[in-house]
Write a protein of this length. Sequence first.
Length: 202
Amino acid sequence: MLLVGMLDSPYVRRAAVTGTLLELEFEHRSVSVFRHMDEFRAINPLIKAPSLVTDDGTVISESLLIIQHFEDLAGRSLRPVEASARMRDLSLTGIGIVAADKAVGIEYERKRPEAQRYAPWQERIATQLHTALDLLDAAAGGGELSAGPELLPSDIAAAIAWGFCRFVIPDFAPVERWPALAAQASACEALDVFKRWPIDRE
């Protein structure tokens, strides 16, 4: 299998970490949807990161679906088995994904020329990001997010979203405002599986 996309993408990174924790073998290729559009188009005409090329050549887009395929191959999930814990993990994973989505939105808005930026939209996505970080920080402070020993999807999503925020928009994510989340993410980043898939623009 081939996982395609840059590791500065929280979606690529979350898929890579999850696949590794599920003990799957796959190759990773760093291809930018911006700088290497023709190369990416040849792999997936949608130019969507991450993209997974399966062993039979099927291309799967979207990180959630790639992770679902990884779970199918592994015959297991990282999610809790017990119903209420599983539901809570789904909820927190969704919040982590929203945090990453809004951080990506802020980064893209900042790439626009000043005259093309729409302040009310910028304020809205910043508020959504900060609400998501508030919820994740409360969960980390309450012990619902951790750095293992067995990582849950919510742990991964939260840590990767925070790492992405600090990497691309640190002024929107000061450590002192969300200290519990920052500590949880830092502990995750110290794990071998996170070190194997570091945030990287190259």
